[in-house]
Design a protein around this ligand. Structure first.
Ligand code: FAD
Length: 598
C-alpha cells in the first residue's frame, strides 16, 4: 500500500541480543547489506542481563580442558537429547569466539598469569566460564553493539516484527511496526535471521523481561517452520522470592560456583540427599570433600550444589513442598558464612547490590531466600546444525529462539557461547544464500502486505471484548500452576483446555486508543505468540511420558530409553488454529563421538 515505509536488504536480523548482533556482524563482514530490528532499545536484550559467563574450553584454569570434555558435559547435561553436531560445533568454536570478543575490546577478568579467567558452573567438569564479574552479558553486548555501530549496520529499534513474507515457498521479507508511532514498515529481504530470544513471559514467576513472548518461535511456525524440544523449559534453581515485586528475578549460579550452599529451614545442607545415580561418580558425597573441591579440583569431586540446574531446581522444589522452606516460601542460599565480605563484593557485585537495594538483605552477612524461576527455553526453531537454516528457505534462527543445541537441559554459560558460535554461522550462511540468488529474489506480494496490516490492526476492530492484560495474566498463572516444574497428565490436559479458552477470549480482545505508543495494542499482538508457544509446550509435555532434563512428569518419574531416542517436533496445523505434533528420531552420532560416553 502506498506511502508505507519500505527498505531493502540482503539480510534482516530480528533481535539485537548477542545472537542477533553476532549474526549481523558476520553478515556484514561477508558483504551483505544488513539491518537489525529490535523491539526495545539497542542493548536492552536479555543478553545484557547475563551474569555468570561464556562457557568455552580455553584451558586457562585447567590445561586438561578441551572441546571433547566440553562436548561431553553439554551432551550429558542435556541428557543426550542434544543435536550432537550443534553441541560439537559449539564446543569446538566457542574458545575462538571468546578470543575474538576480546580482540574487539571486551575486558574479561584475568587469572594471575594474565589469561582470561574461567569460573566454575554446574555441569561443567572444569572451570570454563569466561566472565566479567557477574556482569558478563553487559560487557558482551557493549562490545558487539559498539562493533555493529562502528561497522555502520542499520538498526531499527523499538520496532516489532509481526509477520514474515514468503514467495514461492521462500522468504521474501518481513513486516514490522514502530512502537512509538504505530506506523508500519516493510522489509524486502531474501534472508531473515530470527534472534528473538525466549518465551519466559508465558510463566508468572520468571527471570525474563516483557520482551520474551516467543515472537520468533511463533513467526517461524506461521511461516511453515517447525520447532523441537518445546517440552523442555529450564527453571533456574535460584530466583529471588521476596519481596513480591521482584519474585523470579535471577540470582546467578556464580553464587554457588563461588562457594555458596543451599540449606533448608532446619539448617540442613540438603543437596547431598538428591544426587542422582547418573551423576554419582562425579559428585562429592560428603561435606568435607565438597568443600575441598573449591581449592583442589583434581583430587575431589564437585559439590552437589553444582549439579545441572534441573536437578537442583527439583531438589529445592521438594524441600519446599516437604515444609522445610523459608518464611517467604523459598530455601536459603548462603555465601555469607562461607566467604569473606571482600570476596563476595568483588566476585558478586551485582548480587550484592540487587539484594541490598531490592530486599534490604546484606548477602555478606546473611543468607538469601531463593526459589525456582522460569529462565530459559531449550526448545526452539528446528535448524540445520551447520547453517542455522530452518525448514523454510531463507529463514534462519539463532540463539535462544533456536532448538537442538541444549537438548533437554542447558548448562549455564552455554547460551552465551551458543549466541556467538551460531550467530556467526547464521550470518555467513544467510549472506551466502542471498548472494546465490543473484537478481532473482523472491518478491513480496502486495496482497500479503495488506493482510499483515489487517492482522496487526485487528485488535482495534473488535468491540466490547476483554483487554489483553487480564488474558495474559491468567495465562501466566495457568502455565505456572499446570505446566511448571513438576507435571502430570491431568494438569497438562487441563492446561490445554485452558489455552483453548484463552484463545477464544483473545479472539475478541479489544484495545483502547490509537496506534501511537499503545502498550495495550503491543501486548495484544504479543499475546497471540504467547498462546501458540504455550500450546506447543503443554502439548509436547503431555506427549513425552518420561522425565528428562527440564521436563519432569510426576506420573512418569524416570527417563525412558525409548523416549531418549527421539525428539518431538511441533508445527502449526493446516488451519493455523493450533499446533500439531510428531516424533522424529535423533540424528545418529558418529562412532568416534559415541566413544566419549562409553
Ligand atoms: P536476547 O538477548 O534476549 O535478544 C532478543 C532480541 O530480540 C531483543 O533485542 C528483542 O528486542 C528482540 N525481539 C524479540 N521479539 C521481537 C520482535 N517481534 N520484533 C523485533 N525484535 C524482537 N546465559 C549464559 O550463557 N550465561 C549466563 O551467565 C546467563 N545469565 C543469564 C541471566 C539472566 C537474568 C537471564 C534472563 C538469562 C541468562 N542467560 C545466561 C541466558 C542468556 O542470557 C540468554 O539465553 C541469551 O542472552 C539470549 O540471547 P538472544 O540473543 O537469543 O536473545
Amino acid at each position: 500500500p502506498g506511502g508505507m515505509e519500505r527498505h531493502s536488504y540482503d539480510v534482516v536480523v530480528v533481535g539485537a541480543g548477542g545472537a542477533g548482533l553476532r549474526a549481523a556482524i558476520a553478515a556484514h563482514d561477508s558483504g551483505a547489506r544488513v539491518a537489525v530490528v529490535c523491539k526495545s532499545l539497542l542493548g536492552k536484550a536479555h543478553t545484557v542481563m547475563a551474569e555468570g559467563g561464556i562457557a568455552a574450553s580455553m584451558g586457562n584454569s585447567y590445561p586438561e580442558d578441551n572441546w571433547e570434555v566440553h562436548f561431553r558435559d553439554t551432551m550429558r547435561g542435556g541428557k543426550m537429547l542434544n543435536n550432537w553436531r550443534m553441541a560439537q560445533l559449539h564446543a569446538q568454536e566457542a574458545p575462538e569466539r571468546v578470543m575474538e570478543l576480546e580482540d574487539w575490546g571486551a575486558l574479561f577478568d584475568r587469572t594471575e598469569d594474565g589469561l582470561i579467567s574461567q569460573r566454575d558452573f554446574g555441569g561443567h567438569k572444569y572451570a570454563r566460564l569466561a566472565h566479567v564479574g557477574d556482569r558478563t552479558g553487559l560487557e558482551m553486548i557493549r562490545t558487539l553493539q559498539q562493533r555493529a555501530v562502528a561497522l555502520g549496520i542499520d538498526v531499527f529499534m523499538e520496532c516489532t516484527v509481526t509477520d514474515l513474507f514468503k514467495a514461492d515457498d521462500r522468504i521474501a521479507g518481513a513486516f514490522a511496526y514502530w512502537r512509538e508511532s504505530g506506523r508500519f514498515i516493510v522489509f524486502d529481504a531474501p534472508s531473515v535471521i530470527l534472534a528473538t530470544g525466549g518465551i519466559g513471559k508465558s510463566f508468572k514467576v520468571t527471570s525474563n523481561s516483557w520482551e520474551y513472548t516467543g515472537d520468533g518461535h511463533a513467526l517461524a511456525m506461521r511461516a511453515g517452520a517447525s520447532l523441537i524440544n518445546m517440552e523442555f523449559v529450564q527453571f533456574h534453581p535460584t530466583g529471588m522470592v521476596w519481596p513480591p515485586s521482584v519474585k523470579g528475578l535471577l540470582v546467578t549460579e556464580s553464587v554457588r560456583g563461588d562457594g555458596g550452599i543451599l540449606t533448608n529451614s532446619e539448617g540442613k545442607r540438603f543437596m547431598f540427599d538428591y544426587i542422582p545415580d547418573f551423576f554419582k561418580t562425579e559428585t562429592a558425597d560428603t561435606v568435607e570433600e565438597a568443600d575441598r573441591w573449591y581449592d583442589d579440583k583434581k583430587n575431589n569431586r564437585r559439590p552437589p550444589e553444582l549439579l545441572p540446574r534441573d536437578e537442583v531446581a527439583r531438589a529445592i522444589n521438594s524441600e519446599i513442598k516437604a515444609g522445610r522452606g523459608t518464611p517467604h516460601g523459598g530455601i536459603y542460599l548462603d555465601i555469607a558464612s562461607r566467604r569473606s565480605p571482600e570476596f563476595i563484593r568483588k566476585r558478586l557485585p551485582s548480587m550484592y547490590h540487587q539484594f541490598k537495594e531490592l530486599a534490604d538483605v546484606d548477602i555478606t552477612a546473611e543468607p538469601m531466600e531463593i526459589g525456582p524461576t522460569c529462565h530459559y527455553v531449550m526448545g526452539g526453531v528446528e535448524v540445520d546444525a551447520d547453517t542455522q537454516e530452518s525448514a523454510v528457505t531463507g529463514l534462519y534462527a539463532v540463539g535462544e529462539c533456536s532448538g537442538g543445541m541444549h537438548g533437554s537441559n542447558r548448562l549455564g554459560g552455554n547460551s552465551l557461547g551458543d549466541l556467538l558460535v551460531f550467530g556467526k554461522r547464521a550470518g555467513e550462511a544467510a549472506t551466502a544464500y542471498a548472494r546465490s540468488l543473484g537478481d532473482s529474489r523472491p518478491q513480496v506480494d502486495e496482497k500479503d502486505v495488506k493482510s499483515a496490516q489487517t492482522s496487526a490492526l485487528a485488535p482495534f476492530e473488535v468491540e466490547g471484548g476483554e483487554n489483553p492484560y487480564t488474558i495474559q495474566s491468567d495465562l501466566q498463572q495457568s502455565m505456572n500452576d499446570l505446566v511448571g516444574i513438576i507435571r502430570t497428565a491431568p494438569e497438562l490436559e487441563e492446561s490445554l483446555s485452558a489455552i483453548e479458552a484463552f484463545k477464544a477470549r483473545a479472539s475478541t480482545m479489544v484495545v483502547e486508543g490509537h496506534r501511537q505508543y499503545n502498550p495495550g495494542w503491543h501486548l495484544a499482538l504479543d499475546l497471540r505468540n504467547m498462546l501458540i508457544v504455550s500450546e506447543c509446550i503443554a502439548k509436547a509435555a503431555l506427549a513425552r511420558e518420561e522425565s528428562r532434563g527440564g521436563h519432569t512428569r510426576d506420573d512418569f518419574p524416570g527417563p525412558d530409553e525409548e523416549w531418549g531416542t527421539k525428539n518431538l517436533v511441533v508445527t502449526l496445523n493446516p488451519e493455523g488454529t493450533g499446533v500439531s505434533l510428531h516424533e522424529k528420531p535423533l540424528p545418529e552420532m558418529p562412532d568416534e563421538l559415541k566413544g566419549y560416553f562409553a
